[in-house]
Design a protein. Structure first.
Length: 117
């Protein structure tokens, strides 16, 4: 299992941008499919973006398509989530997650993103 540590969250005004980072431990990071989830207060955790282990395939939830970009640097054991044109409804705890193939996701501790209007 990889260990995941997110960073980059904070308080930002609507319309602003943030880049979240997720640093992974272990020598097998490049084998893991990676994802970013978020959980807003009172809501279920939702998947917002994924990237294949090779980096050649990504997926986005409709609610973030065109504003969020997931990327990875396997040499640095890091996955990123670039968030542009932030909206108040993007306020949530953002979690990085990893999995091999279709196995259960392994979670990080999360980083808070708060968007003020």
């Amino acid at each position: 299992q990889v260990q995941l540590v997110e960073s980059g969250g904070g308080l930002v005004q609507a319309g602003g941008s943030l880049r979240l980072s997720c640093a992974a431990s272990g020598r097998t990071f490049s084998r893991y499919n990676m994802g970013w989830f978020r959980q807003a207060p009172g809501k279920e955790r939702e998947l917002v973006a994924t990237i294949r282990w090779s980096g050649d395939s990504t997926w986005y939830a409709d609610s973030v398509k065109g504003r969020f970009t997931i990327s990875r640097d396997n040499a640095k054991n890091t996955v990123y989530l670039q968030i542009n044109r932030l909206k108040p409804e993007d306020t949530a705890v953002y979690y990085c997650a990893a999995r091999l193939g279709a196995t259960p996701w392994n979670w990080g501790q999360g980083t808070q993103v708060t968007v003020s209007s």
